[in-house]
Structure formats: structure tokens, C-alpha cells
Design a protein around this ligand. Sequence first.
Ligand code: GN1
Ligand code: MG
Length: 365
Amino acid sequence: MDHLLAAAEEFTSPGRVLDLREYGHGNVNDTFLVTVTGLAKPHFILQRLNLNVFRRPELVMGNLCIVSRHVRRRLALALLGAGRRFEVPRVLLTREGRDHFLDPGGSFWRALSFIEAAETFDTVKDTGHAQEVGYALGRFHHLLSDLSPDHLADTLPGFHITPGYLAHYDEVLGRQGGSRSPEVNYGLRFVAARRAWAHVLEDARAQGKLGLRPIHGDPKVNNVMLDTATGQAAGMVDLDTVKPGLLHYDIGDCLRSGCNPLGEETVNWEAVRFEPELCRAILTGYLSLAQDFLTETDYAYLYDGIRLIAFELGLRFFTDYLAGNVYFKARHPEHNLVRALVQFKLTERIESQAAAIGAIIRDLR
Ligand code: GN1
Ligand code: MG
């Protein structure tokens, strides 16, 4: 990749780059782990922001700095419990003191501190892992519960607004012609049957039943780092989508990711399931902290949030497939179609277990 080493060196002064390798499986940005010598910390994360998605990168950096500083200030005063730690990435500066580097080709690079002695997994291993994933989201929301969402910019207008994704889907479909595979026909029918309900969270927001708060935006399983020694949540990464939103977007996203043991990248979409025991574990971890700030109405919309974010992500992948894979990175032309089918199946499994999920929520509150 052009300018990769030059970008890493911008953030390495006065040290030296020893190693540079791709890191994680992000669908939008390009992420690298940099190993250095001569700095206080041996690693940092280097990312090239996708400017097609993040059109105002300076706002993304602004939100990241505000949230990272707020969280670290509160953590300095918090008692986490014996042996626990919790970190979020810190923004690193270039040798000129800037929070990003623009290379001669116009790419936007930024660097973040790396959470050492911690690891992530793409799927949940067991209920202990699931509970830690829920705990991490609860801790994150708790740490931000005294930050007004007015301090954060809307870096991604329309993000998690399901009716907006439906409008975009209609527009893409309007441009389509030709024959359709059975999988595409399944997707079309799937979306059609859920259109009216897909407004549920935005309607509740418009009616003043749910309010905006600072959210993570992407609290999937592999954005929670686990301490390699204890297995406990050591922090949350990927703060690009931090912005004002509904907590339900985050809770739904965490559960659609954490309760699907096959993971969102499986090709075996017909076998996808939503595991109630993982749901119970994640909510146990989450509510151990979130009980402090969730309202009666928040609880009333939890099930809808879980169902909706799985449906919404399926819709986003499906639309991107129909549009020719212009948003999510795809390794082959059908990749986003398969990803969509995984989320649609997951949505069906959530729907068929609505009573059990409702009982878990009632049990834990
Ligand atoms: C994208 O790039 P990544 O993997 O962090 C997407 C999320 C999706 C996720 C699904 C800005 O996140 O909304 O839930 O893929 N991020 C953006 O894996 O669209
Ligand atoms: Mg992300």
C-alpha cells in the first residue's frame, strides 16, 4: 500500500518502525499494527480512514478525542473491582503535533494507542466470554452516561436510522433490472414483510419515548478486548462511530453479534442461530452496570432493538450487494449477499424466540 511506511513513521518519532502488519478484519477502514523501538510503548494502531464513508474525518477525530479523554478522566476516579482494568484507545500525534497525517495521495492516516496484553475474537467462545462482552458495553455506556450527546458531532448522518436505509434500498432497487437468483428473491420478500415495523425505534424517538445519548455505534464481539491472562474485558476499541444515538442501537448490535455462534462471516447461512444462553450472559454483564441508567421505556424497547439491528445490518449488506459492493469491502462479488443472508436468518431466529428473549429481559431487570 502506497505511503504505509511513511505514514507509520510520522507517528513514530523519535523511535523506529520494526514491523508493520495488517490487523483485524474491519469492513470499512484499513488497520495495521505497528511495532516500534525507542518509544515508551512497543505497539500502536495505524489506520487509513475510508473517506468514502467518513466524509468529515476531522469530526471523527474530534469525537474520538472527546470520548477518549472523558472515559480516561472518569476511569482515574472509578473503582473497577479487584484485578480489573478497562481502557479505550488514545489518539497519538504526529511529530508535528497533529492528530492525523494526509499523504500525498490524499489518504487520511491516524494512530491510536494499542491495548497491550489483550486480544479479540470474531465470535463468542462461551458464556463467560459473552458476559464480558456485555460488561464491556455496560462499562462503556456507564462511563459516558454523564457526557451530554450535544458535545458529540454527527459524524455519519443516517447511521442506524433504519427508515433511511430502507429509502436507499428502494432507490437502489429502482435502478435494478434483469433476472434474480432465489437468494435475492428471498431477501426481497424478507425486507418487504418487515418494512412497516422497521420504523419502531425512530418512531419511539420521534414520540419522545427514547432519547439520544453517546453511543459506541459498533460494539460487536471483536471490538471488545479481553485481557490475555484473566479473560476479563480490558477495553473497547473502534471508536469511529461514537456519536449521539439510541442505546438500543448498541445493545442490538452487541447481541446480534454476540449471540450468533457461527459469526457474521459464516457461509453456512442456513445454519445460523441466535443462542438464548449467550443472550442471557451478555445481558447479565451489560445490566450489571446499565441498571443504573436504563429507564422503564428503555427496557420496553430492548427486544425490538435486538431484532431491528440484525435486520438493519442484513438490509445494509443486501443493498450494498445490489448496488455493486460500493460501501463494505467485499472479497468476492457475492460476499455482501451471503453476509445479508446471515443477518436475515439471525433475524428469523430472533423472531421465533421472541418469548424466550422477552422472558430473559424480564428475569434480569
Ligand atoms: C462495519 O468496519 P467495521 O467492521 O468496524 C460497519 C458497522 C457494521 C460492521 C459489521 C462505519 O464496521 O456498522 O456493523 O461493519 N461500520 C460502518 O461487521 O458502517
Ligand atoms: Mg467499526
